[in-house]
Design a protein around this ligand. Structure first.
Ligand SMILES: Nc1ncnc2c1ncn2[C@@H]1O[C@H](COP(=O)(O)OP(=O)(O)OP(=O)(O)O)[C@@H](O)[C@H]1O
Ligand SMILES: [Mg+2]
Length: 265
């Protein structure tokens, strides 16, 4: 997972911590808090998908939100293409966001039911984008929907189709990085493989890189060259997916792997 000298990583987290402080119940008591991330460092190289695995509550979604600059770290830095995202001016960050987009777990809550699909997919495009209609049509077709679907509302689509809409929205700016947090776990098992294959096809076609969060080790094994294993807000193991998932060094990873009956080999 080290980066060859001279090659700037696409994304780097440097010693990122995130503490959530909960409302203080009584004065004079220290405010209870949760350390969702504790000194997480990782790098993602262009073209090398990175999977994040770990039990529920290990900090995976927090990591995703911080990597996307949806919230700031309590300490540490998030560098995208070498630029510290949390040091950018609001306008610079808005422009930078076109290069990294996110796909969320639940395609029901992540799409505004009142908006038409065309409007939803166009949302990340810059205001005044001359060819918004064309870009939206292209993105919809790339995910296997029709350009005419732009006039429909999310409730007219199945779960799998909605996740395709969410992927089209992530794709519309032609980002360099897509962070996908459990992108298929809310979907019917019968459509999970279709959506995963779509992600693979889109990468071949458009060349973006994925940061993929999944509790399903088989999914990470299939899509990601490298994997980071998290527990309690810390990275406990990292390396090539082949090696980590087949010959885990850490007892926690071994427990995850033996619990995942679907992983072949
Ligand atoms: N906004 C928040 N406020 C307070 N605590 C939070 C917040 N978001 C996350 N946490 C806490 O931080 C820890 C990590 O949560 P996170 O959602 O990142 O885990 P996760 O690995 O994504 O879990 P899952 O697999 O269930 O999605 C948990 O203890 C969680 O309760
Ligand atoms: Mg999560």
């Amino acid at each position: 997972m080290s980066t060859p000298a001279g090659e700037l990583p696409l994304l780097a987290l440097e010693q990122v911590t995130r503490r959530y402080t909960l409302p203080r119940e009584r004065l004079l008591q220290p405010a209870p808090g949760v350390d969702a991330l504790r000194g997480v460092s990782l790098t993602l190289r262009a073209g090398h998908n990175l999977g994040i695995v770990g039990e529920s509550g290990s900090g995976k979604s927090t990591l995703a939100r911080i990597a996307m600059a949806l919230e700031p770290p309590s300490s540490g830095r998030v560098l995208f293409g070498g630029r510290d995202l949390n040091a950018l001016a609001p306008g610079e960050l808005r422009a930078a966001r076109r290069d990294f987009q996110m796909v969320f777990q639940d395609p029901y809550s992540s799409l505004d039911p009142r908006q038409r699909v065309g409007r939803i997919v166009a949302e990340p495009l810059p205001v005044g984008e001359a060819d918004a209609v064309g870009r939206v049509a292209e993105a919809l077709e790339a995910v296997g929907l029709r350009a005419s679907d732009a006039t429909r509302h999310p409730h007219e689509f199945s779960g799998g189709q909605r996740q395709r809409v969410a992927i089209a929205r992530a794709l519309v700016t032609r980002p360099k990085l897509i962070v996908a947090d459990e992108p298929v776990s809310a979907l019917d098992v019968s459509v999970q493989a279709q959506v995963l294959n779509l992600l693979v096809d889109l990468q071949q076609r458009f060349g973006m890189t994925y940061l993929l969060i999944s509790h399903d080790l088989a999914v990470v094994d299939h899509l990601c060259e490298e994997v980071v294993v998290m527990r309690g807000g810390e990275v406990v193991e990292r390396g090539a997916s082949d090696e980590v998932l087949r010959a885990p060094q850490h007892a926690y990873t071994r427990a995850l792997v033996s619990a995942a009956s679907t992983l072949g080999a």
